[in-house]
Design a protein around this ligand. Structure first.
Ligand SMILES: *Cc1c(COP(=O)(O)O)cnc(C)c1O
Length: 369
């Protein structure tokens, strides 16, 4: 069996976790939390890090902290995990969607300006699957129209845009440390910002809005989204290995690329743009038809090789349709990706032999199609 993801622990994970148990510091009060916040934010090149219990929680807090007026419009890609759009809806903000770019699978930056209205207050950037969004045109729009930028860098640990770390752009950014991300804490997330007031507000919102001095007297409602010391202990150990992790992910991608190159019926991940080289968070493929995508996933499944379909577009989500959130605008590129796209095993526990085995089986499935 080759699962779609297997985590890999080869550093100080056990040692630091044992420290938590031996000392009894297991809640969010332990010292690994502060250390992880400080080391991770330094690594990304941001002033503040606020650790939380997962990446979706990080988005909730980041968006609340920006204090956008209810009913404001926020631009976001339709091809994304639901987390950023769920946070927007929960905050009473209106998501306005943008289609994807066929090559990079990220939001098409050329379609953003046409979606800006007098109610637009922010853009949520979501870097998808391994290549960053083209940031410069977006930063320029943000300046020109006075928009906030939230950067969802959950899939981008160690990735750079023009030599600057993803997660260091815009007003506030977030990461996830779910087990299939480059760095994992089991469940976990981080908010990053350079803004002192915003950072303080995030710490407050994630911690039940406890007030300094008057702990159990509340002026606002927030969340308990704290990260435990045990999660942070894993994070500190993982961060020590980040460079090895990132280069192994690129090796996995390159090996699949050379095994699978030349298949007409499959679009492979775009290897690089003029601003970044793919980091292959997952190794995604887009088949020429929905039938072929289904067939390959079924064939691999029968051989106990894990696959996952791509994200499903936000404008086609039953929950949002029920709410009447989006009109009938077509988003043809994203719709095709959602139907014909899937990804194959690409976790850090994967061996080269397994990569070759998966590639071989995949080629057999395509050729018998
Ligand atoms: C994984 C992911 C999230 C959510 O993170 P969780 O920790 O699973 O809540 C948010 N955004 C993107 C782009 C992701 O890939």
């Amino acid at each position: 069996m080759i699962p779609v993801n297997t985590p890999h622990f080869s550093g100080n994970e056990k040692k630091y976790l044992n420290e938590c148990i031996d000392t009894g510091w297991i809640s969010s009060e332990g010292s690994f939390v502060k250390r992880f916040e400080s080391e991770f934010s330094t690594y990304i090149g941001r002033k503040h890090g606020i650790a939380v219990c997962n990446g979706s929680a990080a988005l909730d807090v980041a968006l609340r902290a920006l204090n956008l007026e209810k009913g404001s419009e926020v631009i976001v890609p339709t091809f994304t995990i639901i987390s950023p759009v769920q946070s927007l809806v929960n905050e009473g903000l209106t998501p306005v969607l943008v289609d994807s770019d066929e090559q990079t699978w990220n939001m098409d930056v050329n379609q953003i300006e046409a979606r800006i209205s007098s109610k637009t207050r922010a853009i949520v950037i979501v870097h998808i699957y391994g290549l960053p969004v083209d940031m410069n045109p977006i930063l320029e729009l943000a300046k020109r129209y006075d928009l906030k930028i939230v950067e969802d860098a959950a899939e981008m640990h160690g990735q750079e845009y023009n030599g600057k770390k993803c997660g260091s752009f815009g007003d506030i950014s977030i990461f996830s440390f779910y087990p299939n991300k480059h760095i994992t804490t089991g469940e976990g997330g981080m908010i990053l910002t350079d803004d002192d007031a915003l950072a303080e507000r995030c710490q407050y919102l994630k911690n039940l809005c406890f007030q300094p001095g008057r702990r159990f007297v509340h002026s606002e409602i927030g969340w308990n989204y704290r990260m435990t010391n045990m999660q942070a202990a894993l994070g500190v150990a993982q961060l020590e290995q980040v460079e090895t992790i990132v280069s192994r992910k690129r090796e996995i991608g390159a090996r699949y690329n050379s095994n699978l190159t030349g298949i007409q019926k499959l679009q492979l991940p775009w290897r690089q743009t003029d601003y970044a080289e793919n980091i292959y968070w997952v190794y995604g493929l887009v088949a020429e038809s929905e039938e072929l995508a289904q067939k390959i996933q079924k064939d691999l499944g029968n051989l106990k090789i894990g696959t996952r379909p791509f994200f499903w577009c936000m404008h086609e989500q039953p929950v949002f349709l029920k709410m009447g959130l989006f009109g009938n605008e077509p988003y043809p590129v994203a719709e095709k990706m959602a139907r014909n796209g899937f990804y194959i095993p690409s976790g850090l526990g994967l061996t080269n032999d397994q990569i070759d085995e998966v590639s071989q089986r995949l080629l057999e499935s395509v050729n018998n199609g």
